[in-house]
Design a protein around this ligand. Structure first.
Ligand code: NAP
Ligand code: GLV
Ligand code: GLV
Length: 325
């Protein structure tokens, strides 16, 4: 008899086909987040779970999923999963690092350019029929070339953003828990600074840390006040890394020039005041949203499940490897 797995939402077809070769696959039939009740009911007889960053995989899910032997998250961030509980139960949790790095860095840089050159505002203006001719003062933004970029979290995506910034001849500052190796700093011409220094000096601050207890509200009132009034904040990490209420206040009081956000503190809710402002660019968590990357992520998650349930192997992208020691 085939082992059973739950996929909480429809994913790119190649991964589903791969899974169906080995398993009895239950897929959420609706193209919505799987209702909590349904998740709790469906998990009971499953050997594996392929879930999304919008699924809250907490103690209750683990308690009901008595047969669970793997949780594969369809994302690189895994703050939606109670890792401690998974580890306590010796259940491997996997994520999808690497395959979405360049795609997410592309979006971060696109957001940076959009907010600085007022592209969304200008596009809206034109669509409303307001373009009556070239004008010297129309939609003046800020230069990007040669400016200072502050990267908070210099991991895979942070470094991929640095690579893009190099092409724009930007001065690159970074802050991270751990200082990068000298060869990495040299490769990207990136200089390590304390967070305070980075915030004071950067024309653009871009966030690439995971959401953890330590990074919750890493950027709040105090940090926003340190930024230049001409600087922009870009967030493609996780919403709660920024205190959204403090951000609204900083924008209103012109402590910073603008922001571009892919992630929000209470996703999918967005502070209404952010929506009313013109110097904000807001997109619905599309960092990794390209056909190629989403397919790679799905295959990676499917392979992790096959590793554990079929091959009895330690999966490649495990986030709690200590369960095997
Ligand atoms: P990564 O390679 O692990 O990079 C994260 C970096 O942040 C690491 O260098 C890490 O340091 C550092 N860090 C962790 N805690 C920190 C702290 N308290 N203060 C300063 N630095 C800290 O991860 P990644 O692949 O670049 O992804 C980063 C995050 O982006 C993910 O966790 C996810 O939440 C988010 N993401 C969002 C999207 C989207 O659609 N918007 C797409 C992909 C990823 P150590 O490694 O030394 O701990
Ligand atoms: C997306 O947000 C991810 O963490 O992969
Ligand atoms: C602008 O279009 C220019 O030619 O300077």
């Amino acid at each position: 008899m085939k082992q059973k797995i739950l996929v909480t939402r429809m994913l790119p077809e190649p991964a589903i086909e791969m899974l169906k070769k080995y398993f009895e696959v239950e897929i959420n039939p609706e193209d919505t987040i799987m209702p909590r009740k349904k998740l709790l009911k469906s998990i009971v007889d499953k050997d594996g779970l392929l879930c999304l960053l919008t699924d809250n995989i907490d103690k209750k899910v683990f308690a009901l999923g008595k047969k669970l032997r793997i949780v594969a998250n369809y994302a690189v961030g895994y703050n939606n999963i109670d890792i401690e509980e998974a580890t306590r139960r010796k259940i491997p949790v996997t994520n999808t690092p690497g395959v979405l790095t360049e795609t997410t860095a592309d979006l971060a840089f696109a957001l940076l350019m959009c907010v600085s050159r007022r592209i969304v505002e200008a596009d809206n203006f034109l669509r409303k029929g307001k373009f009556v001719g070239w004008a010297p003062m129309l939609f003046l933004g800020n230069d990007i070339y040669g400016k200072t970029l502050g990267i908070v979290g210099f991991g895979r995506i942070g470094q991929a953003v640095a690579q893009r910034a190099k092409g724009f001849n930007m001065r690159i500052l970074y802050y991270d828990l751990n200082r990068a190796k000298p060869e990495i700093e040299e490769k990207y011409s990136a200089k390590y600074t304390e967070l305070e220094v980075l915030l004071k000096e950067a024309d653009f601050v871009t966030l690439h840390v995971p959401l953890t207890k330590e990074t919750y509200h890493l950027i709040g009132k105090k940090q926003l006040n340190l930024m230049k009034p001409t600087a922009y904040l870009i967030n493609t990490s996780r919403g709660p890394v920024v205190d959204e209420k403090a951000l609204v206040k900083a924008l209103k009081e012109k402590k910073i020039a603008g922001c571009a956000l892919d992630v929000f503190e209470k996703e999918p809710k967005v502070e209404p005041e952010l929506i009313r402002m013109k110097n904000t660019v807001l997109v619905p968590h599309i960092g990794s949203a390209t056909i190629e990357t989403r397919t790679k992520m799905a295959l990676m998650a499917a392979e992790s499940i096959i590793s554990v349930l079929i091959k009895n192997e330690k999966p490649k992208n495990i986030v709690n490897p200590e369960i095997y020691s």
